[in-house]
Design a protein around this ligand. Structure first.
Ligand SMILES: [Zn+2]
Ligand SMILES: [Zn+2]
Length: 363
């Protein structure tokens, strides 16, 4: 029997988070109970931790954060036939209604009734267990680790960006911002066959990591004029496509100047500000295509196939690991140590083996 109580990290209000005993969720007929093996800290979790809100989503009741998780199926509802006890799975954290026009058209990430983990009022999975509808839990192939399963969540954002931006193998790609989303977008681009990738970030360690992942050249926006640098390296023209992940207002405004005429710009990173100045005359005159990216839809299965066979390098973004009990320490690092942390992994059930940043001593 699985205990009726479990440990979970509960955020009461900004900066007040504690690991407590809470009632363990019980799976409904179409759901599975998953024992969480590991779960990442996302920028959105850090934002709820420090600000208590993101835009229109406000933490009004105590909430369990965390939505980048993988683990084992330990119980299945009576209608579940696709999964069995013991299956290793990745959790897709946004369960859509399946009935609205967005869901029916395949764009269920736009569903107004989506229940997305760790977005108020829905609990996430910084806990020993979580429940998810069985069609949102994906079996991991043997060669994929739990960590890679958890990282499928942020990876899927990059994968979705490549699909929306019609990325093709021969494209010259520029990725603005090399946080977890940007670095995983590098790998998503590689999964799409892209071989020429440029990228920028103000943090030296992140640029270094991008180079190790196969990015051709990196730029420092605090020291270089990015559109000019891109033009210099790409025949004076610019990239075919720019993927903006930083959410920095200057980078967002510059993104349309980093691509050649007829190019595409994909925006992932959201800004805190109301509006961002973008030169729309340039967009019109150069016949650019602009895309917005909100999470992802129908990506997990494809992403797993694209990464199967030992091709995944997703784990390279993990810089720190912590047991759930040390969640506050982990969040403080995520908030304040951007120069030597990228993705922090939390282990609710055990002490992780790797506790230090693999490259912090090189920073
Ligand atoms: Zn996330
Ligand atoms: Zn829907």
């Amino acid at each position: 029997m699985i205990a009726e109580k479990m440990k979970a990290a509960v955020l009461e209000k900004p900066y007040e988070i504690a690991v407590k005993e809470v009632t363990r969720p019980v799976p409904g007929p179409d759901e599975v109970l998953i024992r969480i093996h590991c779960i990442g800290i996302c920028g959105s979790d850090v934002h709820y931790y420090s600000h208590g809100r993101i835009g229109r989503y406000v933490v009004e009741e105590p909430i369990i954060l965390g939505h980048e998780a993988a683990g084992d199926v330990v119980e299945a509802g009576e209608n579940v036939s696709s999964l069995s006890i013991g299956d290793r799975v990745a959790i897709e954290p946004g369960v859509a209604c399946g009935k609205c026009s967005y869901c029916k058209s395949g764009r269920y990430n736009l569903c107004p009734d989506v229940e997305f983990m760790a977005t108020p009022p829905f609990d996430g999975a910084w806990a020993e267990y979580a429940v998810v509808r069985s069609d949102f839990a994906y079996k991991l192939p043997e060669e994929m680790t739990y960590e890679e399963g958890a990282l499928l969540e942020p990876f899927s954002v990059g994968f979705h960006a490549m699909s929306r931006g019609n990325v093709k193998a021969g494209d010259v790609l520029f990725i603005s911002g090399l946080g977890p989303i940007g670095l995983l977008a590098v790998q998503a681009a590689q999964a799409f066959g892209v071989t020429t990738i440029y990228a920028s970030d103000v943090v030296p360690a992140r640029r270094q990591l991008a180079l190790e992942m196969g990015v051709d050249q990196v730029f420092d926006p605090s020291a270089e004029t990015i559109p000019q640098r891109i033009k210099e390296v790409v025949n004076g023209e610019g990239a075919d496509i720019c993927v903006e992940t930083s959410g920095n207002r200057f980078a967002m405004g510059e993104a349309v100047h980093c691509v050649k005429r007829g190019g595409r710009v994909v925006f992932i990173g959201m800004t805190q500000e109301e509006t961002i100045p973008v030169n729309l005359n340039h967009v019109i005159d150069s016949e650019l295509d602009l895309f917005g990216i909100f999470r992802y839809a129908n990506v997990y299965e494809k992403a797993i196939r694209a990464l199967a066979g030992g091709k995944s390098k997703l784990n390279e973004v993990i810089t720190h690991s912590f047991p759930l009990d040390r969640i506050k320490e982990a969040l403080e690092i995520a908030e304040h140590q951007k120069d030597n942390s990228v993705k922090i992994m939390i282990y609710p059930g055990q002490t992780p083996s790797k506790m230090e940043s693999p490259y912090s001593d090189t920073v």
